[in-house]
Design a protein around this ligand. Structure first.
Ligand code: HEC
Ligand code: HEC
Length: 376
């Protein structure tokens, strides 16, 4: 534990120091360090309100940016394997989230304080311990190792003799597999038709307009009408029927992440500092893992197919004081469009169910002119 902590600390510092050398993902390079979203910090930047300013009854999570409240609540529910009403009072469809009537909510508050204190005392304030560390999906954490005990393999056997590729070799293979640097550089826009499959399994017609690197408009034909979501660099808005509103930082970050997935290459030169993170199975595929840290201090793991070289998964952790909030994008069904390999299925998963979905592409057109007004 100690070792990884120190290592991670070093990587974080190196990442910050190397900030100007970074070219990482959509729009991030356009931000100066003091404009970065402090997602990973306890105190929010002045422009984003914290939960104690926006909510009624906050005692333990003071300082948490408001856009992180629901991700954190979903992390609590997922960590304990419960729904919101395990801790919150509900009468019919009326929720009174601010009420403290349930004992579980009061216990949870003590647990938040304990978790923050554990991380402060033993992990230099990094959120190594989270609710899930102990609860692992149960209301009552398991306290004793299970019987019968399986004998673990010998230490030597755990270290494979295999020679690993270097990060540069993995990246080179990825770029070639996608179609090469030149072909990727030519990609300016993508107009997509397809469908959106939500977590309930409903399939809805969807269209997307993407302009590299960070403009994206998505329309989804829902049962209650058309939902439009738009990202324009650092800003984003959502429209349902006649109602339109600005997106919060969490929503913008989620849409921006999808936009990265729609670019020809998900990593651009000069490449961020990448370290090799081993080999893992994803479904029936084997993947090499590369690790990096974004300028806004999210920890990222990229999984590349050991055979095809293509990116299978991008896994990102955003730190909160009570543990990391995960995001996972799975790329499948790669097909050739104009000499570029395009994933025709992008599955986006969060602990929050509502933004989790699968985008299924049916038709992809490249370099169609898109009017600027579309994203405004
Ligand atoms: C394990 C217990 C637990 C679960 C499960 C849980 N919450 Fe909470 N929730 C809390 C606690 C504790 C607070 C108060 C935090 C504090 O005092 O800083 C809170 C606060 C809130 C608030 C702010 C209320 C206010 O105005 O003060 C909202 C909104 C909320 N939760 C929504 C949810 C939603 C939605 C879910 C389900 C996805 C959920 N919570 C699941 C424990 C829980
Ligand atoms: C260091 C381990 C540990 C961590 C971290 C931890 N818990 Fe717990 N939690 C426990 C133990 C142990 C119990 C009590 C044992 C039992 O109820 O069987 C418990 C009990 C609870 C209960 C009461 C359950 C009940 O049915 O009465 C709630 C609610 C809870 N934890 C929420 C949380 C939340 C939310 C977090 C993260 C902010 C968290 N815990 C982090 C170990 C932990």
């Amino acid at each position: 534990m100690k070792k990884t902590t120190t290592l991670r600390g070093t990587v974080v510092l190196a990442a910050i120091a190397a900030f100007t050398l970074f070219h990482w993902m959509t729009g991030a390079e356009a931000q100066s360090p003091d404009q970065q979203q402090p997602q990973a910090q306890t105190s929010a930047a002045p422009q984003e309100k914290t939960v104690d300013q926006t909510r009624k009854n906050i005692q333990a999570l003071k300082g948490l940016p408001d856009s992180q409240l629901l991700p954190v609540m979903n992390m609590f529910a997922a960590s304990l394997g419960v729904r919101c009403d395990f801790c919150h009072v509900r009468t019919g469809n009326e929720w009174a989230y601010d009420k403290d009537d349930k004992k579980a909510k009061q216990t949870a508050r003590k647990m938040i304080e304990m978790t923050i204190n554990l991380n402060k005392a033993s992990f230099e304030g990094k959120p190594e311990v989270s609710c899930f560390t102990c609860h692992v999906g149960h209301e009552h954490p398991p306290t004793v190792a299970p019987l019968p005990r399986a004998l673990p393999p010998r230490e030597e056997a755990r270290r494979p003799a295999e020679a690993w590729p270097t990060p540069q070799q993995i990246i080179d293979k990825y770029v070639a597999a996608v179609g090469g640097k030149e072909a990727a550089a030519k990609l300016k826009t993508r107009v997509i038709k397809g469908s959106y499959v939500n977590v309930q399994g409903n399939t809805l017609p969807m269209e997307m307009w993407f302009e590299a690197p960070s403009k994206l408009l998505i329309t989804i034909n829902g049962q209650q009408g058309v939902i439009t979501q738009a990202l324009n660099g650092d800003a984003g808005w959502v429209k349902m029927g006649e109602r339109q509103r600005e997106m919060d930082r969490g929503e913008i970050a989620r849409l921006r992440s999808l936009a990265v997935g729609l670019g020809a290459l998900q990593l651009r030169e000069p490449y961020p500092r990448l370290t090799f993170g081993g080999k893992e199975k994803i479904g029936d595929r084997e993947a090499f893992i590369l690790r990096t840290i974004t300028p806004d201090r999210r920890r990222v793991r990229l999984f590349f197919d050991t055979e095809t070289g293509l990116l299978l998964r991008r896994y990102t952790l955003t730190d909160t004081p009570v543990g990391a909030d995960p995001e996972q994008l799975d790329f499948e069904d790669y097909r050739d469009v104009d000499g570029i390999k395009v994933p025709f299925s992008i599955r986006v998963s969060y602990l929050m169910l509502q933004p989790s979905a699968t985008y299924k592409l049916a038709e992809v057109k490249h370099n169609v002119a898109i009017e600027e007004s579309k994203f405004k």
